[in-house]
Design a protein around this ligand. Sequence first.
Ligand SMILES: [Zn+2]
Ligand SMILES: [Zn+2]
Ligand SMILES: [Zn+2]
Length: 303
Amino acid sequence: MKFALSISLFLKNRYLSPSDFQVLTCTCKTFKSLRREDSIYRSFCRKFKRIRYRHPAFSWKELFHIVDPLCPHISAISQRDLTAARPIEYLNDLKSVKCHDCEASLPDLWICLSRLCGYIGCGRGVMKHAFNHSDSEAHHLTMKIQTLEVWCYPCNTWIGVYDSHPCERYFTKLLSDVYQPIIAQSPLISSMVKENDKRQRERRIFGLSKNDEFYFVASAWWRSWRSFLVGNASYPPSIDNSVLLENNELMPNLSPMVDFHIFSKDNWKIIHDIYGGGPQITEESLSGPQYLHLLGQLKLWRG
Ligand SMILES: [Zn+2]
Ligand SMILES: [Zn+2]
Ligand SMILES: [Zn+2]
């Protein structure tokens, strides 16, 4: 038993790799009992996965065996740093908050989540000062002020969203909860935050493959939907494709991506079930010589 204890200490001091540990604990009963020692897995998590903190409902062993990737930039933050107070005084008056490098104001503003930073920058829809800051300072995580959602620049994705691993969701919530006091003072942010789940699910509705039948959506509606997805606005009204019609016929001189955007049949169905409206317009509406030019453009666009 004493021997097992020294092995345990040996492991905690990180002298053995997880695969050597696996082999060692197969050799005899005494060593097998080491697999129940969670502190050994804590060392493995820190050294081999760079995970510094865990969800209270998960053991270090479970965390070590997670197959889904966690954003390594948030899981490398220690518990103390994750929940530490951050500079939020810049957000005291949301109406006058501006990008620290230009005059941009809400909604496309982001606050850097590095512990002592608090830099506020505009998004890619403006002058992308938030991105430039992350790039030059190696501050990886930023938060959309208007929705309190967290974006990781190196992972190039939102983190802690509805379908992320529960641990990543937990870490992200701890971090964004530091900013809860701003929600209290802004009815707009509180209502935008309530829509985050819907927003995150609808961000998954993309993608078009070569053989899809094209379904058209008027650009004006598409822009308001996109604004909702990126967290700049609340969700859009019903789909209105009537602007694409003249005497109930599709106008022939339209351009894809300028006058309308394209969904696959499946995605049109999802979006139409959510928002309703119409009318439904598909490629099949394009019969007749007046549509030859538009069909040519769609062919090019399809690749
Ligand atoms: Zn990341
Ligand atoms: Zn800016
Ligand atoms: Zn920063």
